[in-house]
Write a protein that binds this ligand. Structure first.
Ligand code: PRX
Length: 663
């Protein structure tokens, strides 16, 4: 008889209970946290704030709420880098490993809490010597090397807000973000390793800074030993800066509501929003959720969040949550398909795709936190890859960034979690700062594909078009009460903050996601309901890509849709009308695709650009994206009765079949 298949093992509608052994040892093994939060929300969070955070001055009031403005832990002062470093060293944990770091080429560094504190204090003094002060903004554009969290913590130590810009963004994107924040300093590296070769970063910064008047200094880490141009007076090597700096840098006493960081994210317009996070509430919620969602045992676990620090997941669950909890983490620079050094000499086809599983085995990883896109990619590569490794140290598996389909959930559970690890599907956003909907792994039974319930202290309701809560069925996801790590606004645009999040449904935060509640009250996330795409767990706005398309001189008009994609969740498809005098050709389609990558960065490069003679429009001139999505996904067209010219589709379909794009 053949081995049982995954389908034999799992069946629809199955729920998964944590084992009695897991529950007995769990940080939360019963419902008491939920009960406590339901009894008195402010008192619940005040208790967490005192348990997870060390305050220089205790706060007077847990919450002042004046929709849409929240102040948490009012009157309290603290320093986030002190909470992540000094207090652990003072408590005798200086020798504990903070990061097991592994570079893509296979080089490794082990960094203890004492070493991290030393580096951060020197870095902070170095920045000070360049004139960076409390209240300034500092942009960070770096590869996944230890100096990235160090830079973030050095800013936090000084009370300067950081704005991390993902390394895959273009010079134009750097320029827009730096200028919006009026950053005074940029921290970068010569390059970072990406799929076996250095990928330049400093060059992009140089291009961006031609047009960034607020920047007076640039710090450059030498990661790859590549040739870079250093601007006299403006640019400084990181190694020179820290060598000259003292390791004594007392942390600033920050107000609980002082700005910790800005993180830009795509909205429904072409201009990214600078999401503002402050210190006290943010740290409380990320430390609390990191401890309970992942059932962290800081004295023995080896936790690995495989995200990039350029996204909010890296901020909250590589840097601030784990370090506040004195956790030992793995940090990895590269991509999952870059093989270990010993395989690189061989032919490409022979490389195993087991880098993640090798890392888990070598470091004895206990929690893995990754995205559904990655899991679906691993599924494609096959279960033999993880099967060659001992993954038995894993205790909890996490997912984030997009809805996880039940098949991917079950594969993750069976082939990575050995059929026993609880899976925590965590729904949250850049704006929420920390986990909002997720199971507590020792308390909640899970259903494959459902993020389950709101965490203790979080209010979630699904509502209909009129804002009326839906008991069972589909609707829009809203948050009913303020939470400590909530965004405090959009940098420089308070009106947009209120309009985007707090105006759609009276008294509620509107997340922009669709969701459904099943008969047991479990929440199932259904994806965005606005013009925001989710590509590999990253938010990209259709409007942003459309404006990059029309920026090309040959493009007259463009419409962009996110089409369902087996691996990346959604893929970007652009429909483009050319200006007169330009003839449609594969070469031009390809040039336009690359133009978007140049404008926004490779992550926003459309999978396909279709050059069309016309776009489907209503009689009032509104582009019908819904129908374009039908074409992109190869479906029969939905209702076309409102189209001005229903015949437009014959040609669009013909062109789509032969359009230029990725395989
Ligand atoms: O649509 C939801 C999706 O990602 C969006 C937030 O994107 P971003 O701010 O980039 O943060 C991603 C990492 C927290 C949400 O509006 N999303 C995130 N997590 C999930 C999810 N959709 C379904 N299930 C999730 N677990």
């Amino acid at each position: 008889m053949s081995e049982p298949t995954i389908e034999d093992y799992y069946h629809e509608e199955r729920t998964f209970q944590p084992s009695a052994e897991f529950v007995a040892a769990a940080n939360a093994g019963d419902r008491s946290l939920y009960d406590e939060a339901n009894t008195d929300l402010a008192a619940f969070w005040a208790r967490q704030a005192r348990e997870f955070v060390t305050w220089f001055r205790d706060f007077d009031t847990p919450l002042e709420w004046n929709l849409p403005d929240a102040k948490w832990f009012v009157g309290g002062t603290l320093n986030v880098s002190y909470n992540c470093l000094d207090r652990h060293v003072d408590a005798g944990l200086g020798e504990r490993v903070a990061f097991h770091w592994e570079g893509e080429p296979g080089d490794t560094r082990t960094i203890t809490y004492a070493e991290l504190l030393d580096s951060v204090a020197r870095f902070a003094n170095g920045l000070k010597s360049l004139g960076v002060r409390r209240g300034d903004r500092v942009a960070i554009y770096m590869p996944m090397i230890p100096e990235l969290p160090m830079a973030m913590l050095a800013c936090a130590r000084l009370g300067a807000a950081h704005s991390v810009i993902f390394g895959g963004f273009s010079p134009d994107s750097i320029r827009d973000r730096v200028n919006d924040a009026e950053a005074v300093c940029v921290i970068t590296a010569d390059a970072g390793y990406r799929r076996g070769a250095p990928s330049a970063l400093k060059e992009n910064v140089d291009e961006a800074l031609a047009d960034c008047p607020s920047v007076t200094s640039v710090v450059v880490v030498n990661r790859c030993d590549t040739e870079v141009t250093m601007a006299e007076g403006r640019d400084h090597w990181y190694h020179d800066l820290v060598a000259a700096a003292s390791a004594d840098c007392p942390p600033e006493h920050m107000d609980s509501e002082d700005l910790l960081y800005l993180l830009y994210t795509s909205g429904t317009t072409a201009k990214p929003k600078g999401i503002m996070h402050t210190t006290g509430g943010y740290l409380t919620q990320v430390a609390f959720t990191h401890h309970y969602t992942f059932d962290l045992k800081a004295d023995r676990d080896v936790y690995w969040c495989a995200a990039d620090c350029g996204w909010v997941t890296g901020h909250s669950y590589i840097v601030y949550g784990p370090l506040a909890n004195a956790a030992t983490s793995v940090m990895y620079e590269g991509t999952p398909d870059t093989p270990r050094a010993e395989f690189r000499a061989g032919a490409r086809g022979e490389w195993p795709k087991d880098r993640f599983w090798d890392i888990i085995e070598r470091y004895g990883v206990t929690q893995l936190y990754t995205a559904p896109t990655a899991i679906r990619t691993f599924m494609k590569w096959g279960a033999d890859e993880p099967a060659r490794h001992d993954l038995s140290t894993l205790r909890v598996l996490g997912t984030v960034g997009e809805p996880i389909n039940p098949e991917a959930w079950m594969w993750y559970h069976a082939h990575i979690g050995g059929g026993t690890c609880p899976i925590v599907d965590t729904w949250w956003q850049t704006e929420t700062g920390g986990h909002m909907i997720a199971p507590l792994p020792g308390v909640v039974s899970t259903k494959p594909g459902s993020a389950t319930f709101a965490l203790p202290g979080i209010g979630v309701e699904v509502v209909d078009d009129h804002g009326v809560p839906v008991k069972h069925g589909g609707g829009y996801l809203t948050l009913t009460q303020p939470w400590p790590a909530m965004l405090r606004g959009i940098w420089g645009d308070p009106d947009r903050y209120r309009a985007t999040y707090w105006s759609e449904y009276e008294g509620r935060y509107f997340a922009g996601d669709g969701a459904k509640v099943d008969e047991d009250g479990y929440l199932w996330l259904l994806g965005r309901v606005d013009d925001v795409m989710n590509v590999s767990g990253h938010r990209i706005s259709t409007t942003e890509v459309e404006s990059a398309l029309v920026d090309h001189p040959a493009v007259a008009e463009a419409a962009v849709v996110g089409a369902t994609d087996e691996t990346t969740g959604q893929a970007i498809v652009g429909y483009v009308i050319l200006r007169g005098g330009h003839d449609a050709s594969d070469a031009l389609g390809e040039e336009i695709r690359q133009h978007v990558a140049k404008k926004l960065g490779p992550i926003a490069r459309p999978k396909q650009v279709v050059l069309v003679p016309d776009l489907p429009k209503t009689r009032s001139g509104k582009i019908m994206r819904r129908l374009l999505r039908d074409v992109a996904e190869g479906r029969t067209l939905g209702d076309t009765t409102t189209l001005a010219d229903p015949n437009v589709f014959d040609e669009i379909r013909r062109r789509a079949a032969g359009a230029s794009g990725e395989d």
